[in-house]
Design a protein around this ligand. Sequence first.
Ligand code: ATP
Ligand code: MG
Length: 578
Amino acid sequence: MSSVDKEKTSASNNNDDKATPSNSNFIRQIIDGDLEKDKNDSRVHTRFPPEPNGYLHIGHAKSICLNFGLADEYSGLCNLRFDDTNPTKESTEFVESIIEDVKWLGFDWEDRLYYASDYFDKLYDFAVQLIKAGKAFVDDLTYEEIREYRGTLTTPGKNSPYRDRSIEENLDLFERMRNGEFEKGSKVLRAKIDMASPNMNMRDPVIYRIMDTHHHRSGDDWCIYPMYDFTHGLSDSLEGITHSICTLEFEDHRPLYDWFLEELDVFHPQQIEFARLNLNYTVMSKRKLRRLVEEGFVSGWDDPRMPTISGLRRRGYTPEAIRNFCEMIGVAKSNSTVDIAQLEFCIREDLNKRAARVMAVLDPLKLVVTNYPKDQVEELDAENNPEDEAMGKRKIPFSREVYIERSDFMEDPPRKYFRLAPGKEVRLKHAYYVTCTDVIKDSDGNILEVHCTYDPETRGGWSKDGRKVKGTLHWVSCEHAIDAEVRVYDNLFTVPNPESSEEGADFTDSLNPDSLKVIQGCKLEPSLKGVAAGTRFQFLRNGYFIADQDSSADKPVFNRTIGLRNTWAKIQKQQQKS
Ligand code: ATP
Ligand code: MG
């Protein structure tokens, strides 16, 4: 591991170590070197090349931030290109979601939205050019035979018996493949490189296959489709990409990437690999995310528990927090796993600055202020964000009956309990000091109400005589409260690395059965009436929340984005009790 790598890995485990100096990353060093040599006329041109076979996830966000970020920094350009060469798994739904997500993250490809499928004609011509140069041949071996002939990591492969077909025969067969004369799987076009190469990717890789599948863009124009390795480098070349940044698993493909560009003598971008982002307690491969959606383990790609961009958005994450996270984890050359707590740190930090504070009671218990006039309602001042005075104040109604959090009262408290208990005095936030005088129970001993008296001299929540209280409780006036549904989330998996489940086990075996808790009958302060979906708040002492798209005029639905600290355990205990 180089010193750069070490630095990044340790930074990625440390929440306090904000934004690793970005100019220290090895990709920037490569680009700086290229600019010094005036390589590519000193242009910097990157691309983000998703395959539209699923929704984007937080790992893609890292690649997006890196590619668009570098272009920005070096006054260069970044393209958005769909790598859409595998029509069986791709769809316009995915194309549209990807466009939406990249935009939402805050990046702009201007007029440079491309599709590899738009290059199908050019790619076909490149393949013909390879055949003419004696560098590609049509093979009749079946897929199984090709696999057998390929050899292993320790034994060389064998040449296909069709490898020495004449150029004329190959041109004729390839054209007929294109014209649909052959059965799916009966023929492929392969590059003619070296069946004994120690790099398996160089053992005469397949570059075209017959698929006979409808394509979401090119329709039924093609029944042969180019392979990823062939398509990718040539698409980069056609777009004048200077630095083709991809993840580490493509390192072994680089010789092939270079081979196509050299044999075809076209503009030669440089492929640079970096470590993909892994997060604990979740899965990141699209194939697995797709299974979660298709098998109904989650409500959709945008389920707030998913590590997808759309899931994080619905959960309440901000683009700023995600970009900051990507910056903070840095770019390394060796794989590692980032603690999900680091992502959570970034969103807390961002929402702390921007989210308005409001009061919401998730598990209500009625508190009656017995010496407060029966029909009186006072409008009290409440600051919207102590971190930001410019966010101003609002009025909240106070009345004789308010809801407090059930866990904020204990009849028989332990010694260090600073919240409400018989005979104890606490502050109701922004309102008054109250002292508990009575507990009302049903015949089974369940607590129905607590009765208190208030001190009228403590209006606003401060006592003029300097008397201090240790506990401050949030509350909502009963008469004015809005009923809401609140959805509280926990990790989707119970184990840090669900991808490496034991032999015979499936990653879905370690799904967390308690990853979603739906709480009905939560009480919100009336300022939240008619709140627009997508609005974020801090519910005092309960965490950060966002109004969900499932909200209706008479019942808001809120997703908990993240607790203030780890309050999950507390909520679970409450639920078990009730
Ligand atoms: P998956 O393995 O999740 O299916 P993929 O690599 O097949 O992802 P693509 O749509 O091909 O997904 O990825 C587009 C770009 O995003 C590629 O350049 C890829 O290297 C990058 N990328 C994908 N996953 C990650 C990740 N976890 N961290 C960083 N970059 C990633
Ligand atoms: Mg891929």
